[in-house]
Design a protein around this ligand. Structure first.
Ligand SMILES: C[S@@+](CC[C@H](N)C(=O)[O-])C[C@H]1O[C@@H](n2cnc3c(N)ncnc32)[C@H](O)[C@@H]1O
Length: 651
């Protein structure tokens, strides 16, 4: 019986073989645009991460050579750490087997002999995993990009075929953890599994035990919608799980093996933390979070190319219309030597704060991040550029203090039940004082009144509703503390926001260069495990939105200035379709050659929309070489991306 199960299990779960699901009409449309075979290759490539991580160097703080040196050391360290994890695991299995678990004995044997036999790129690698060998393999793992000298490429491994027989439990049944799609996509990029990403797991999982990690994928509800069906906390042997999963559906959706960092019970009780530390991954890429902070920025290669294509010069005035989280903004500022003015817009307040944080981390001072709807970025009335001259935007002290206050609030919001004191202390002492101070010191007269309102909500104040606090002034409940914290956070955000400059937008023709890295359907992003949610209607809506954004962008470029338009989608309607729209609508705008030219040509032709009633054209013959398209199937192994560069003549 056990033998049979094992065979079945090895057949079903031997490798990562995901199938990307599309809305059928979108699939037809893209098949027509790219050709059936090419689209099938694109679909396959999208499910994998690139094996290259691309790191942009902050050349104002360090050098490419130094980054290569540091990253090589880091990658080696990562490999050693992985090896230690494997050893630790082997020891754990051995201990379990000594304790008399026959299945663990089998596992220990398998683990001990097979962990180094991971298939790499389809061939069995050498058994040797000695430090020396790992070291020599690492030489050349980090290297300078062949065209862009401010870019370091770090080569990972994949696809790796993983031997899941090491994670069998009693009776040959797989010990496993099922994670959400978003979590799986992060794991494929090098992350561990964090608690919120876990949806289901086997009935009995102990700390330190090896588990297979798979993804709970969307499935059709038969009425044009999609559902996952697995709720957090599901036990895999339960009736609910059996009705949601069947082995055939899940074949190919296993993304690696990890070590459980907590028992099953703890895993579903906790709100945060690492749930499973990945030991083997279908794609082995080093994580970069927190590595060489401020000196490097992990960025997709085409995004770096887009900032180079913009060709920003020191002293110029540049607008980045849809800027958060600020990858391209900071790239632009760095290319300008931090000299000039880079105005970065985003419509989301919290995302604007992300830009500010990134600029501070990279020590860039020429960036002004502003919360603004780019659809309203052209000034309509003859109002002055700045509303408030005495309160310049991005006043560091103000922003830094807001960041601090928001961080305190985040501690409160994210703290676990074991940390009630943190909640109370933070809420009572810091957050309240911080809020009152920010309000009182940093904002104008009308907001001072708000400051006193907040101060007057102190626990001991007479105005305080009795039930919110205990007699000693502490919050009566966790819920009350959180509610208060959220309220304060909103008020703090509003109050610490500087007087909005450019409230009425920017004067027409007031920028040397404009970058519109437009919000899009993001169909080029990798790894992508599901694409069913994107409909033809949705794609058209994105294109319409981009047309409205680019209408604004064209008006903001000075005569003989430059406009760069980019997206991370494969949808020609959002790429070539928008370029056609610009060329046909604005006779003074023309396509410019790009440098560097790393991607391939654009698509000539068009699409029939609204069931053939309207034809939306793309590029005309001769124009295709003036844009660049990054193809996930191409030799550069990048995300799908599109860049067009326009020159705006006097008009
Ligand atoms: C593709 S992302 C930009 C990525 C960014 N350029 C980078 O490289 O880091 C698009 C951004 O546009 C923002 N956005 C969407 N609509 C907007 C609008 N009307 N005005 C300003 N920002 C907008 C979104 O909040 C999102 O952060």
């Amino acid at each position: 019986m056990g033998e049979d199960r094992e065979m079945e299990f090895v057949d079903c779960y031997a490798s990562y073989r995901p199938r990307l699901i599309w809305d059928p009409r979108v699939s037809d449309y893209l098949s027509q645009a790219y050709g059936q075979q090419h689209f099938a290759q694109i679909s396959e490539a999208l499910t994998r991460p690139s094996v290259y991580s691309c790191v942009r160097v902050n050349t104002l703080q360090t050098t490419t050579k130094e980054v290569i040196k540091q990253l090589t050391r880091y990658v080696l360290q990562q490999q050693n750490d992985n090896q230690s994890r494997m050893l630790k695991q082997t020891e754990f299995q051995e201990k379990s087997s000594e304790a008399g678990d026959p299945h663990c004995a089998e596992k220990a044997d398998v683990t001990g002999t097979k962990l180094s036999r991971i298939q790499v790129g389809g061939t069995i690698s050498a058994e040797s995993t000695s430090e020396e060998d790992e070291g020599s393999e690492s030489c050349g793992i980090c290297f300078q990009h062949d065209v862009l000298d401010n870019v370091v490429m770090v080569k990972g491994k994949g696809p790796c075929s993983i031997d899941y027989t090491t994670v069998r439990g009693e009776g040959g049944v797989l010990k496993e953890v099922v994670v959400s799609r978003k979590c799986a996509e992060a794991v494929l990029r090098g992350a561990h599994v964090f608690v919120p990403g876990v949806l289901a797991c086997s009935g009995c999982i102990e700390k330190d035990e090896l588990v297979a990690v798979s993804v709970a994928m969307e499935r059709s509800d038969g009425e044009g919608g999609w559902f996952v069906g697995v709720t957090r906390g599901t036990t895999l042997s339960s009736e609910h799980a059996k009705s949601q999963f069947n082995d055939e559906d899940r074949s190919g959706w296993f993304i690696g093996i990890g070590r459980a960092m907590m028992t099953r019970a703890t895993l579903f009780r906790e709100a945060k933390g690492v749930a499973v530390e990945m030991v083997h991954r279908a794609y082995n890429l080093p994580p970069f979070s927190g590595v060489l902070s401020g000196d490097i920025f992990l960025q997709n290669l085409p995004s770096v190319v887009a900032t180079h294509v913009l060709d920003p010069q020191p002293g110029e005035r540049i607008l980045d219309m849809c800027a958060a989280p600020g990858g391209k903004t900071t790239g632009i500022a760095t290319l300008m030597g931090d000299k000039g003015e880079v105005i970065a817009l985003d419509r989301s307040h919290s995302k604007v704060l992300d830009i500010v944080r990134l600029a501070q981390e990279m020590k860039l001072t020429c960036i002004q991040a502003i919360k603004m709807d780019a659809l309203k970025s052209v000034r309509v009335e003859s109002t002055p550029d700045r509303i408030s001259q005495d309160k310049p935007l991005g006043e560091v002290s103000n922003t830094a203090r807001l960041t601090e206050a928001v961080a305190i609030d985040d501690i409160i919001t994210n703290s676990t039940s074991e940390e009630p004191n943190i909640i109370e202390e933070c809420s009572k002492k810091h957050l309240r004082e911080e809020s009152a101070q920010i309000l009182a010191e940093n904002v104008g007269g009308s907001k001072r009144d708000e400051a006193s309102t907040i101060s007057s909500t102190r626990p001991n104040s007479e105005a305080t509703p009795a039930k919110k606090f205990k007699d000693d002034g502490a919050y009566a409940s966790r819920k009350a503390a959180r509610k208060e914290a959220r309220k304060l956070k909103t008020e703090l955000k509003k109050a610490a926001e500087p007087e909005t400059p450019y409230r009425n937008g920017f004067a027409p023709q007031s920028f040397d260069r404009v970058l519109l890295d437009a919000p899009c359907s993001a169909l080029g992003l990798r790894p992508r495990l599901f694409a069913g949610q994107e409909t033809l209607d949705g794609l058209r809506q994105h294109a319409n939105y981009q047309r409205r954004l680019i209408d604004q962008a064209v008006q903001l470029v000075r005569p003989n200035g430059t406009l760069v338009y980019s997206t991370c989608t494969l949808n020609p309607g959002e790429n070539e379709g928008v370029v056609r729209y610009v060329l046909d609508t604005y006779p003074f705008v023309s396509l410019s050659p790009q440098h560097p030219q790393i991607g391939g040509p654009g698509l000539v032709g068009g699409e029939d929309v609204f069931d053939g009633a309207t034809h939306r054209p793309w590029l005309r013959k001769g124009e295709e070489q003036l844009v660049q398209r990054f193809d996930p199937v191409g030799p550069r192994d990048t995300i799908g991306f599109f860049v067009a560069k326009f020159s705006v003549a006097a008009h």
